[in-house]
Design a protein around this ligand. Structure first.
Ligand code: UDP
Length: 319
């Protein structure tokens, strides 16, 4: 297949490009670099099967090459208010990537008779009142709340995707991605793993927001990519959760990072701007992914963090 990936210079887009090129496909990568980083795809420069266009998918784009599949991964994704690449500081671009970007990608899919796969998110569940989250849970999102620009853009994107499927017969899939980590994460995007692992490797105390009792479930990027590619090859149209169901509190997560890295500096509790409106618990129910895709994650937290450390060390000049 010839596969178009938006957000190809991002954390997930670049790993997906590698995986799909490895499977023998051609990849056309697009990114406007507002949050993506050219370093993530620099190694693909000489690859004959990889073409890259700097484009903003929120604008109409004519794609002359026939494409067989489109993976729409372009969007800011960090909820950190301090981060320049987070969606608090890119609110309009975030809504445009989810709304206009999804519309343009679906239009390309329809014109090319191509498969369309939407990168959606656990954020569509908001601060969930059902736990763990199953795909039939409709979520708890405030349309004018702190995370609304991201959450509602992705909710709209899901609705539009289903509309193109139901009304135009486009072959679509929707993946709801839960917290994911690994090499090529932006060290400065303010999310839990980059912040805490960076602090640990610099022997600094780890900043846990609030009392650290909020929970998350962290998936290593290779497992996630494996699940997404299985979904791409499937004929499933309804949303599928992909994530690691091993849930832990952020305090436990920080303690695990200190243990794995041997950081003696401990933990400091910080009253961060986001603490008050942080989703309190998040864990994917992955029964559908297991049943439909025969997928489940294989890499545990310790192994995943060990695989991530060399990238962080090199970025921090510690290698
Ligand atoms: N967090 C933290 N310290 C940090 C960064 C994040 O305690 O330095 C917490 C944050 O409050 C949230 C969790 O870690 O409860 C996961 O945050 P992240 O930004 O990775 O993404 P989210 O899951 O909230 O979208």
């Amino acid at each position: 297949m010839r596969i178009l990936i938006t957000g190809a210079a991002g954390f997930l887009g670049s790993h997906l490009s590698d995986k799909l090129l490895g499977d023998g496909h051609e990849v056309i990568g697009m990114d406007n670099f507002i949050t993506g980083n050219s370093d993530n795809i620099a190694h693909l420069a000489g690859n004959e099967k990889f073409t890259f266009y700097k484009r903003d998918i929120s604008n109409y784009i004519f794609v002359p090459e026939k494409v067989d599949a489109i993976l729409h991964f372009a969007s800011p994704a960090s909820p950190n208010p301090q981060s320049k690449s987070g969606y608090f500081n890119l609110p309009i671009q975030t809504m445009k990537a989810g709304a206009l970007g999804t519309h343009n990608c679906l239009g390309i899919a329809r014109a090319h008779n191509a498969k369309f796969l939407l990168a959606s998110t656990s954020e569509i569940y908001g601060d969930p009142l059902v736990h763990p989250q199953t795909e039939d849970y409709a979520g708890n999102v405030d349309p004018v709340g702190a995370r609304a620009v991201y959450d509602e853009a992705k909710r709209f994107a899901e609705s539009l995707t289903m509309a193109y499927h139901r009304f135009h017969g486009v072959n679509t899939s929707i993946v709801r991605i839960f917290n994911t980590y690994g090499p090529r994460m932006d060290l400065e995007d303010g999310r839990a793993l980059p912040n805490l692992l960076k602090q640990a490797l610099l022997n600094q105390p780890l900043t846990v927001y609030g009392n650290g009792s909020q929970t998350r479930s962290f998936c290593y990027v290779d497992d996630l990519v494996d699940g997404i590619v299985k979904l791409l090859y499937s004929s499933e149209h309804l949303p599928v959760n992909i994530g690691n169901p091993v849930e832990m509190t952020i305090l436990q997560f920080a303690e695990a990072i200190n243990k794995i890295t041997g950081n003696p500096a401990g933990i400091t509790f910080v009253e961060d701007a986001r603490s008050a409106r942080d989703p309190q618990q998040r864990q994917p129910n992955i029964s559908r992914a297991k049943e439909i895709l025969n997928w489940e994650p294989k890499i545990n937290l310790e192994e995943g963090i060990r695989k991530t450390i060399p990238f962080f060390k090199s970025k921090l000049g510690l290698a």
